[in-house]
Ligand binder design. Structure first.
Ligand SMILES: O=C(O)c1cc(=O)[nH]c(=O)n1[C@@H]1O[C@H](COP(=O)(O)O)[C@@H](O)[C@H]1O
Length: 281
């Protein structure tokens, strides 16, 4: 068990390394571009190079579970190695699995990703609240008990998200944000329950009815790079909150491979750019 809560560990890592989180999404197309086979061995080489380029140069790495699961047990074994590799390199892990289920099943998911000693234990995990935020309780509680964190989907970066998330007044997403705020109360500089809010939003979260400033939550802001958003968009969408925004960049960095030097350059360039774009004032 870690004694320091996740929000504090994240704030420390972002203070040291800036807002970049490298997205580890081994798309089959990228494996081919890197001259690697679309199998577990290819995943292993790809992931090792990405972790080596990220180590010491960014706060966190976000492995996307789907690209490992598509290779079955051998792919999941590589994902376990990736999570161990993050720990060895001092990188915080954001395991992107977007889980969300009825409470009793949610406990099993929580134990899979957030329990000490679990083969797939990560520092944090993405969750979907769209079976009801309360159903996530076992994961929120276990994360807190073990010094880990969760990232709850608020407004996602895909255009279809609004069909569910922005319905009602207050919207479904605004209600999720209010419940996240209650769970983060009293934790500084921010809590263990983060929010996922896309950098591709057409307007600021407050214009869309979300009070992020009161949520006490770190924000994961996907959509930068391949999905079209820039660091300047992150600064515009999250004006006044940029101190708590973690920015995942996947294909925007991974396309620079396969040469290690080129990957390091892409990580360094994105890191510097995001630091400048998100600097206060
Ligand atoms: O939870 C996420 O990470 C996520 C939420 C969201 O709203 N949009 C989104 O793109 N993502 C994930 O972020 C990553 C984006 O990858 P790139 O577009 O290559 O940077 C993918 O792994 C997506 O599954």
């Amino acid at each position: 068990m870690t004694t320091t809560h996740f929000g504090a560990r994240l704030a420390e890592a972002m203070g040291r390394h800036g807002p970049l989180c490298v997205g580890l999404d081994p798309h089959p197309r990228l494996l081919a571009d890197w001259g690697l086979p679309d199998d577990a061995d290819g995943l292993r080489v790809f992931s090792g190079r990405v972790l080596d380029a990220a180590a010491g140069r960014c706060a966190a790495v976000k492995p996307q579970s789907a690209f490992f699961e598509r290779h079955g047990a051998e792919g999941v074994r590589v994902l376990e190695e990736v999570l161990a590799g993050c720990r060895e390199r001092g990188l915080l892990s954001v395991l992107d699995v977007k889980r969300g289920d009825i409470g009793s099943t949610m406990l099993a998911y929580a134990e899979a990703y957030l329990a000490d000693g679990a083969p797939l234990a990560a520092d944090s995990v993405t969750l979907s609240p769209y079976l009801g935020y309360g159903a996530l309780r076992p994961a929120v509680d276990l994360a807190r008990a073990t010094g880990r964190g969760v990232w709850v989907l608020g407004l996602t970066s895909n255009p279809e998200g609004a069909q569910v998330q922005q319905v009602g007044s207050p919207s479904v997403a605004a209600r999720v944000v209010d419940q996240v705020a209650a769970d983060n109360a009293g934790l500084a500089p921010f809590g263990d329950v983060g929010l996922v809010v896309g950098a591709t939003l057409p307007a600021t979260p407050s214009v869309l009815g979300l009070d992020l400033s009161a949520a006490g939550a770190p924000v994961l802001a996907p959509g930068v790079g391949a999905q079209g958003a820039s660091g300047a968009d992150v600064a515009r969408v999250f004006a006044g909150l940029t101190d708590r925004v973690l920015v995942p960049v996947g294909r925007g960095i991974l396309a620079a491979g396969p040469r290690p030097d080129d990957l390091v350059r892409a990580v360094t360039t994105w890191s510097g750019q995001l630091r400048r774009d998100l600097a206060p004032g």
